[in-house]
Design a protein around this ligand. Structure first.
Ligand SMILES: Nc1nc2c(ncn2[C@@H]2O[C@H](COP(=O)(O)OP(=O)(O)OP(=O)(O)O)[C@@H](O)[C@H]2O)c(=O)[nH]1
Ligand SMILES: [Mg+2]
Length: 381
């Protein structure tokens, strides 16, 4: 029987099982250690956590050595920079370079023929003093996911990005979307879909445990069978939404990745057909662009910032002006998250003062205060 563990422990274990990097793993393990059952029966749990921490640290050391050896080797992903990476995706000759140039200080060649851009091009767009990284991918065509026109490489860059902006020719919105949609689906990139709130984690305890059983929309026997067929003989499962067979299969398919996206209809001569716009906007919010003027640029940056799901915060020292450059945090971050990110010396700070979202300027707030976009924060350690 599994040991009786707290909700906090289960949550941190879930973080551990979902951690993608060694850093994330280590952080989650430390949290698990904090929340581990303190009673005598919890001894083996605590010992196991310690073993895992040791192993992760060893892996980190190995990786550091490996990185040194292989630095310089090519990767398909474009190295991330700024607060988030957004890929510009379209058929050839739609208007990606025009948008990239308008939003960044790039001057990529723009021309009225397909495949003007032959390699991914990176530019940084300024947003309120922070930077959004834009990557123009060379045109994507039908068959890209099977390798046509370097499609596999291009789609793997999209896969690694934080969000996607699709561009469409006004006269062919629906046709182009149908092709791009298919190529992304074939590459297991889910556009504007949310990952089901179902967590399946391998467990070192025997059997299958389930939290949130009221959400199970199939027999427990079927459920176990499906898990076993995917190699989960011992697992702990947390359900936070109605769980059908299809949803569970989706969660067990680790090829899938989820991206937020919006679409731009580039209007040159013809206007888009309203029925096509209506159909495509079921999948993507769409905006018509006919000119890269100042107002359009401002609006596009705002939309890009919005899909990155971040907030910008400025730090400040007592009696001084706010910092020039903001820091970007995930929406929903607290003062504590910010302090952890800034410096280890701030890890045990006493309190903070907030200008912006507080009730009044310089309001004293606690560690778990949720920051809002454009807040200015002073930390007292
Ligand atoms: N009228 C008008 N023409 C545009 C607009 N955006 C792009 N174009 C024209 O469309 C053509 C292609 O533009 P690019 O920006 O090179 O398109 P691209 O998607 O980068 O093209 P490839 O790199 O070849 O895939 C050029 O002739 C542009 O001048 C726009 O907003 N309005
Ligand atoms: Mg181009």
């Amino acid at each position: 029987m599994p040991a009786n563990v707290s909700y906090e422990f289960a949550k941190s274990r879930e973080k551990y099982n979902n951690a993608r990097t060694l850093d994330e793993k280590l952080a989650a393990l430390r949290e698990m250690r904090k929340n581990a059952p303190g009673h005598k029966g919890g001894e083996h749990v605590r010992a196991d956590i310690s073993r895992k921490i040791k192993a992760v640290k060893e892996q980190m050391a190995k990786q550091a050595v490996q990185r040194k050896k292989t630095s310089g080797s090519k990767s398909l992903a474009v190295k991330k920079d700024g607060m988030g990476q957004i890929v510009l995706v379209s058929f050839p000759n739609v208007g990606k370079s025009t948008i990239l140039n308008a939003l960044t200080n790039k001057s990529v060649q723009v021309a009225d023929y397909p495949f003007t851009t032959k390699k991914p091009v990176v530019g940084m767009a300024d947003f309120e003093g922070a930077k959004i990284q834009l990557v123009e991918l060379p045109g994507i065509v039908k068959g890209a996911s099977a390798g046509k026109a370097s499609g596999t490489e291009l789609l793997s860059i999209a896969r690694n990005a934080d969000a996607v902006v699709f561009l469409f020719s006004a006269e062919n919105v629906l046709k182009e979307w149908n092709v791009l949609k298919k190529e992304f689906e074939n590459s297991f990139i889910q556009i504007n879909k949310s990952k089901p709130k179902i967590k399946v984690n391998k467990s070192r305890f025997k059997g299958i445990t389930i939290a949130g059983k009221k959400f199970l929309k199939m027999s427990f026997e079927k459920f176990k069978e499906l898990l076993k067929s995917e190699g989960f003989h011992n697992a702990s499962v947390v359900l936070e939404e109605p769980t059908t067979k299809e949803k569970l299969e989706e969660v067990l398919d680790n090829r899938l990745t989820y991206k937020k996206a919006f679409g731009l209809i580039i209007q040159k001569n013809l206007s888009p057909k309203p029925d096509e716009v209506k159909k495509v906007s079921k999948f993507l919010p769409l905006t018509i662009v006919s000119d890269s003027d100042e107002e359009t640029v401002k609006d596009l940056k705002q939309k890009m910032f919005y899909i990155l799901n971040k907030i910008l915060i400025w730090t400040k020292k007592p009696g001084e002006e706010k910092a020039v450059e903001p820091i970007a945090l995930k929406k929903g971050s607290t003062v504590d998250h910010m302090a952890q990110l800034l410096h280890k010396d701030f890890a045990d700070f006493k309190f903070a003062k907030i200008w912006g979202s507080g009730k009044f300027a310089g309001q004293r707030v606690s560690k778990d205060y949720e920051l809002k976009h454009r807040d200015i924060v002073e930390i007292y350690s």
